[in-house]
Every structure is written in C-alpha cells, then in structure tokens.
Design a protein around this ligand. Structure first.
Ligand code: GTP
Ligand code: MG
Length: 198
C-alpha cells in the first residue's frame, strides 16, 4: 500500500480523546524499545514521523498516525520500562488496557517481540490479553537484521512455539532491511478489507 500523506494526529491518555471518525486502527504493542515506532516509520518510508529513541520509554501515550484517511497506526507505549515510576506504569498500563478492551474499530493488533530474546512474562501476558480481545492479531519478531540471515527462521519458530502462535501469524521484520515488508502490508490490507466486508 502506498501511503502518500501520513501524518501524526493526536497523542491521548483517555477515551474521551480518541479520534471520532471511526477509521480502522492497526495497533502496535510490545515491550519498550522493541521497535514499534521504528516499524511505523519504516513501513511508510519516513525517518521520523513516529518518535523513536535508543532510550526506552519514549512513547508514553497512545499515538495516532493517520494514513491518508484510510486507517490509523496506533503506537502504544511500551511495557516493562523499569525506570518509569510504579504509579506512571500503572497509569500507562491502564490506559492501554482500556483502549484494547473497549475500542471497537481495532482491525489488527501487531505484537512486536525482539527476535534475539526469549519472550518475557510480560510478552506472554500481553499476548494472552490480546487473544482474549478476540481481535485479529499477528506477531512480528523485530530487529531481524541483528542476527544472521540463516538463523532467522529457526528463531521465529522458537518464538512461535513459546508463544503458542501458529506460524502463519508470525513474521520476522527489520526496520533497517525492511525484511517481509510487502507480506506485512498484505496482512494489514487484508485486515482492513475483512472488517469492512463484515
Ligand atoms: P518505546 O517507545 O520505548 O516503547 O520503544 P519503541 O518500541 O517505539 O522502540 P523504537 O522504535 O523507539 O526503537 C528503539 C531502538 O531500537 C531505536 O534505537 C531504534 O533505532 C532501534 N531499532 C528499532 N527497530 C530496529 C530494527 O529493525 N533493527 C535495528 N538494528 N534497530 C532497530
Ligand atoms: Mg515508541
């Protein structure tokens, strides 16, 4: 899909601030620093529409990026950022949870897991939570450029097994090399059409 005019629309904490135009939403979830904001930028070939940082905990609100008025990428705050105060972690966690539970126009949830690491307890809890929402989801193993090409498929298979995710729902990705970018765009497009048709 060619996005001509991607734009940042709004950063929100509370339900009352969600966009009201009912566009489909494609959500990026995952641990802090896993590459969610970089994923948004790489998919649309922009360097810095979504703010990224080598310091974890960059994204602390739900950020809505409008893709040509066709859909939003919703960049969630990452979990597991230990330097955030407990109170702030709880606040961020609650707003993420309430969004995922209550938002009707989520068409696809993308959970990112760093390909180099075994999924954490938090990753497993997040995926269970996602499965319970009943929404479409996929898992993306991020930063695939950080391991040897020959190892990518076995790392993906291991992560799929630990997470109990069918292998057709998990894709390796790299925002550096854009590995699998076309396939992931196809999945996103399919999710946009499937709900429209329902
Ligand atoms: P939070 O906003 O803290 O939740 O993090 P995030 O998940 O949005 O991560 P972000 O996109 O800010 O990336 C974190 C760091 O990882 C940055 O230094 C990125 O440049 C780097 N990074 C992200 N994706 C990739 C990738 O595919 N390959 C490599 N080599 N580095 C990546
Ligand atoms: Mg981010």
């Amino acid at each position: 899909m060619l996005i001509k005019n991607p734009r940042f629309e709004i950063s929100v904490m509370n339900k009352s601030q969600y966009p009201k135009n009912n566009l489909p939403e494609i959500v990026l979830a995952g641990k802090s620093n896993v590459g969610k904001s970089s994923f948004v930028n790489a998919m649309i070939n922009r360097k810095s529409l979504a703010r990224t940082s080598s310091a974890p905990g960059k994204t602390r609100q739900l950020n809505f990026y409008n893709m040509d008025d066709k859909f939003y990428f919703v960049d969630l705050p990452g979990y597991g950022y230990s330097e955030m105060s407990k109170a702030e972690q709880a606040k961020v966690g609650a707003s993420t949870e309430s969004y995922l539970k209550s938002r009707k126009n989520i068409n696809l949830i993308i959970l990112l897991i760093d390909i180099r690491h075994k999924p954490s307890e938090n990753d497993i809890m997040m995926l269970d939570f996602i499965k319970h929402t009943g929404k479409h989801y996929i898992v993306i193993t991020s930063k695939a450029d950080k391991i040897a090409k020959t190892k990518v498929s076995s790392y993906v298979a291991d992560i799929a097994k630990i997470l109990d995710v069918p292998e057709d729902l998990i894709f390796a990705y790299s925002s550096e090399t854009k590995l699998n970018q076309e396939i992931i765009w196809e999945v996103i497009e399919e999710s946009l059409y499937s709900i429209e048709a329902e």
